[in-house]
Design a binder for this molecule. Structure first.
Ligand SMILES: *Cc1c(COP(=O)(O)O)cnc(C)c1O
Length: 339
């Protein structure tokens, strides 16, 4: 099975998000192996498009990004928990995002140096609280970027404005080279949210978290899988585990080499379909670990042919009941990823 990454769409999405960021520049969130698409495919394309600031969550993700960058910055959102992580940061040049007073102390104890600071303005996840920003440990950090993260940027929520106001107050009290608030959806909230640096993730990879981005963002991931076998069913025959689908009439079915171990979860079974040469092949019965059965009565598809699974994220999210983020990060290791 193949997972093709459309390089032009990916590069185009970064340029679009950079343009929509106005006077701010766009970075790129490439955590979780570039949202499941593969750092080795994604980072070189984003770099070529112009991205210079990359974000991962874990220290274990740094080496992969460094292998595909030179001179660009890589920041670690989870920050430094202990002396080993601080030493690794120093050795690699990756920049820790300081999220707590304890992390600030760890970083000072390691000798300090350039870091980012995350302030929590209301998502109540990671970050210093605004009233900790005045403390000596924080004020004495060498802050490159002051960050905060929006909780509800994909909705029209009063929370967005509340977080914006809280972030502005903090920006005024902590000297930093740049300030950064917006994720993909935040970019679409307009110039007030852009500051100096935006941090898109989802929309780079084809996600559309807000209607303003509809038509601007192109789909990036394409999925294809081979037909393992074709069989002919008689009326009354059933398909798959627990016999959840019964043929009402003679039906030709194809068994596709793709399953929930690849991230095509059972929730696709209710209304999902694959396609071959323009013909829709509805999914029948339960999705198995390694196989999906489809109705190919109206198709001349045969063993060895590749069928595609439409993976446009907004529509796929509706069909599967998964979030656009989950649809990307759930994709398994067995795909032949190409770009
Ligand atoms: C994941 C993440 C992003 C990217 O968010 P998207 O919604 O995928 O654009 C930006 N900033 C932080 C802190 C993140 O954790």
């Amino acid at each position: 099975m193949r997972l093709r990454i459309d390089r032009d769409a990916l590069a185009g999405n970064w340029r679009t998000l950079d343009r929509l960021s106005g006077t701010a520049t766009a970075g790129a969130a490439v955590k979780a192996d570039a949202y499941g698409l593969g750092v080795e495919h994604v980072v070189p394309v984003l770099r070529e498009a112009g991205a210079r600031q990359f974000f991962v969550a874990h220290w274990s993700e740094v080496a992969d990004v460094l292998a595909h960058t030179s001179g660009e910055s890589t920041a670690v959102l989870h920050g430094v928990a202990n002396a080993e992580e601080a030493a690794y940061a120093k050795a690699t040049g990756a920049i820790p995002v300081i999220n707590s007073l304890a992390q600030a102390q760890v970083w000072h104890a390691a000798g300090g140096g350039t870091c980012h600071v995350m302030v929590d303005t209301g998502i109540n996840r990671l970050g210093l609280s605004p009233d900790e920003i005045g403390s000596a440990e924080v004020q004495s950090l060498e802050v490159d970027t002051l960050l905060s993260h929006l909780a509800s940027a994909d909705e029209d929520s009063p929370k967005n404005d509340q977080q914006l106001r809280s972030f502005r107050e903090v920006v005024a009290t902590l000297p930093a080279r740049q300030a950064s608030l917006a994720n993909s959806a935040g970019i679409a909230l307009g110039p007030d949210y852009h500051f100096d640096l935006t941090r898109p993730g989802l929309a780079l990879y084809g996600g559309v978290p807000r209607p303003e981005l509809d038509g601007e963002i192109k789909s990036v991931a394409e999925i294809e899988a081979a037909v393992l076998q074709v069989r002919n069913l008689a009326a009354g025959d059933t398909v798959g585990y627990n016999a959840k689908w019964t043929a009402k009439e003679p039906t030709r079915i194809a068994i596709i080499s793709l399953g929930y171990a690849d991230g095509i979860l059972r929730s696709w079974g209710n209304s999902g379909a694959l396609h071959h040469a323009g013909t829709v092949l509805p999914i029948l019965g339960r999705i198995s670990m390694d196989m999906i059965a489809v109705d190919c009565t109206k198709s001349d598809v045969t063993e060895g042919d590749f069928c595609s699974l439409f993976y446009g994220l907004p529509q796929a999210a509706e069909k599967s009941g998964l979030s656009q983020y989950e649809l990307l990060t759930v994709l398994g290791q067995r795909f032949d990823r190409t770009s």
